[in-house]
Design a protein around this ligand. Structure first.
Ligand code: NAD
Length: 331
């Protein structure tokens, strides 16, 4: 069997080598270039292709792959909006994604970001830079075990995050459109209004939908506790960024950890050192010390990368051998 991998990043190199050593009977061809109509010949003789597309795939590629005998594509991410599933369905092709590569990776990042603000590290760092070494009331901190953490979206990542905060002794409340039994073992479900009114830390773990576009806005922020800490490691569109800035200015919000940003699409995993990013809002976010902005990187751990690489390849091989996979996007 032959698998052709495209979009290989430097950080994945070692992982493909290890996978190949463990699976000597499979022929793994690995390329760092993206799959295009110009290099489609590299797929000749393959049984499946494994991609890590970040942009929309050229619609012509599906038919070209099908003509080369490819019936299944695996994508090394949870997101799959870059694929045209209508064309894939018409051609009888399947797409496999990696829905859960490490919820804990994101959960840990959320806890770290929340602790950064709850322990006032932003202010302490600033004071020390000014040679102000005092212990004083503005930086007197609260321990997590005295706080209430609100989890909006109690799916895989929300639950993993809740468990970590629970381990630190926090009271955990949650809100989701659908309650899960697993989550009920960790947290108490409340309404969204109650969650906003009671939480000292609120962390969002919902997908971006039309319904939750700017669910955090001036109106909802006004219903939150004074000095609330907000964490968004889900999708940028959930928060009205300008409303968050207003909330920070007024002191309503103590700190905001934003791993995602509404207009991040052309910036994620790029190096723009020395360049003008032409985004005043993001420049302000980066400059503020009551915001920690990180470039959609909460997932980025060795464990997560390892799971992305091995699951995507293993699952497509399993599908080719058995006709079954729980991770087919277009069932
Ligand atoms: P999941 O599908 O397991 O859980 C999402 C939950 O949100 C579900 O329980 C669903 O019922 C609930 N939900 C959907 N819309 C809602 C709404 N309007 N109000 C309340 N609940 C709602 O998903 P997951 O794997 O836990 O991922 C959660 C989010 O994290 C996704 O947006 C995903 O894209 C994002 N994510 C971020 C990173 C990162 O590095 N920052 C990495 C992976 C995933």
């Amino acid at each position: 069997m032959k698998v052709v991998v495209f979009d290989k990043r430097e950080d994945e190199e070692k992982l493909f080598k290890i996978w190949q050593e463990k699976n000597p009977d499979i022929n793994l061809d690995v390329y760092s270039q993206a799959l295009t109509m110009d290099n489609i010949d590299l797929v000749k003789g393959a049984d499946t292709v494994c991609l890590s597309s970040v942009g929309k795939l050229d619609d012509r590629l599906y038919k070209a792959l099908k003509d080369l005998g490819i019936n299944v594509i695996s994508q090394r991410s949870a997101g799959f909006d870059m694929y045209n599933l209508d064309i894939m369905n018409e051609l009888g092709m399947k797409l496999i994604n990696v829905p859960s590569y490490s919820p804990n990776a994101i959960g840990e990042f959320v806890v770290a970001s929340a602790l950064f603000f709850s322990r006032n590290l932003n202010h302490i760092y600033e004071n020390v830079k000014n040679h102000d070494f005092r212990w004083q009331v503005p930086i007197l901190s609260k321990e997590i075990r005295t706080l209430t953490v609100g989890i909006v979206g109690t799916g895989r990542i929300g639950r993993a995050t809740a468990k970590l905060f629970k381990g630190l002794g926090a009271k955990i409340i949650g809100y989701d459109l659908f309650k899960s039994k697993e989550a009920e073992e960790i947290l108490e479900y409340v309404s969204l209004d109650q969650l906003y009114a009671q939480s000292d830390i609120i962390t969002f773990h919902v997908p971006a939908t039309d319904d939750n576009y700017h669910m955090v806005n001036e109106k909802s922020i006004a219903t939150m506790k004074d000095g609330v800490i907000l964490v968004n490691a889900a999708r940028g569109t959930i928060l009205d960024t300008k409303a968050v800035l207003k909330g920070l200015d007024s002191g309503k919000i103590k700190g905001a950890a934003l791993d995602v940003y509404e207009n991040e699409v052309n910036l994620v995993n790029t190096n723009k050192t020395g360049e003008n990013i032409n985004d005043d809002l993001l420049e302000e976010i980066i400059a503020r010390n009551d915001i920690v902005y990180t470039p959609h990187i909460a997932f980025y751990t060795e464990t997560a990368l390892d799971n992305l690489v091995s699951f995507a390849i293993d699952e497509s091989i399993k599908y080719l051998k058995t006709g079954k996979s729980d991770s087919i996007v277009n069932k």
